[in-house]
Design a protein around this ligand. Sequence first.
Ligand code: GLN
Length: 543
Amino acid sequence: MTKYIFVTGGVTSSLGKGIIAASLAKLLQARGFTVTIQKFDPYINVDPGTLNPYEHGECYVTDDGAETDLDLGHYERFLGVPTSQANNVTTGRIYQTVIQRERAGDYLGKTVQVVPHITDEIKRRVLLLGNSEKFQIVITELGGTVGDIESLPYLESLRQLRWELGTDNCLVIHLTLIPYLNAAKELKTKPTQHSVKELLNTGIQPDILVCRTEHELSMDIRRKLALFCNVDVNSVIEARDASSIYDVPLLMLKERLDATVLTKLRLPDRREPDLRAWKSFLDKLNKPKTEVKIALVGKYNELPDAYKSIYESFVHAGAVNQCKVKVTPIHSEDLETDKLKEIINLLKEHDGVLVAPGFGERGINGKIEAIRFVRENKIPFFGICLGMQCAVVEFARNVLNLPNASSTEVDRQSESPVIDMMEEQKQITIKGGTMRLGAYECDLRKKSKAHAAYGVLKISERHRHRYEFNNQYRAQIEAAGLIPTGINPSSDLVEVVELKDHPWFIGVQFHPELKSTVETPHPLFVHFVKAAIDYKRKKSGEK
Ligand code: GLN
């Protein structure tokens, strides 16, 4: 029988429920259990695909083409196991399902209500992954904070599930904050006591408290929390601020969170977690032998979460290369102003430039300026999705001498639409879930740089876009030196381009950052960092 663990949050948002859930999952996986994590988000959007990155950070895309919350990225990076649509559910999706069922007459004339119809649908979705028989343990992260109006149907479903599954099969972890009052020089437990009371109001007694804190939790504080929140003292877990999210599994191991969970769920505690690969990653991460500077040219730089997976991919790729990768965010729009010279000078100080994915017109010309500079100056370049499309436009404008070359996303009337809307996208008018989404196969050209990085000729990568390389210009672009080295075998879409006579210039239509994990860093990021290390070495005249 599958065991269910729920993670709720109290006191404040942004405590890192996703990282705690992923860290616990890692420890349980390292003990030999099959584990997955799912997230329930209490907002009305059917998925985060239509949300602005400023609102919600990056939209993470799964193999099956679901547009999901960025926490799923953490789950995959920690566990190395792909997630799917079933791993992320929103209130909007729950209601959509219930309303569609009502319209189909499935409720046989009954009044459709939050309890039991919405709560039943929540429970069905919680149990879906467990019922797939692929996992021994399912961890469900409930988004939002206890006390939010939106969270109530989820908490009611959780209360019912606990009753139905039995306490041996179901566990509630409450993540909370223990603030430190500087004036009193004291950690304060009251917000947590209130938060647990709030949870008790919904009929749920947490089994384990995970306490975010800047300072050590003394035994006194632990005892006090245990007494006032009805948990045993071993179930008060300290979660100290860590310098890297990748340290958290080891902190949780030290606090014996995994062992406590196993005892409570009556699961066998057969062996200590095997964390050799994880620790070896941390060792390399913490002992870099060299350092490179990468510029990340994008337009959502105010919110680093908008490029979460890219930043994390650099952490993974840096570690295997034993190289600290310092990423400088550069605003693409600044390259369109009188700051251009200043920013180009800044780019010169970098060992590689990544041009980020994105949508719409804003900042496009800035991205093109940056690409021109790195192409001409032979600085390693990595273009992702919109970044690849900008590289094609730049090449068409400045090498093929097509001054009006553009993407039709930016200029519908372009004389030379080197990037154009995909045929099947042209009829689509609704926005949600309608892009080319999810994993597609791609054939690499033998002896290309992409082939050298992946080491294989057939790859599969995840996509999220409406526009594509226009094959009418393919021969002309290739003849001039920008080579399509990755092609989708069934649609003939160009998925990878590489520049001839350049140390490392690769643009990809897909999102490699979504598949980089701690234990399998993405080959293109690994090779891009390598290229940056070589570039830096050459620049400083070393061997
Ligand atoms: N806006 C571009 C498109 O829709 C690129 C999308 C992206 O970078 N994810 O094709």
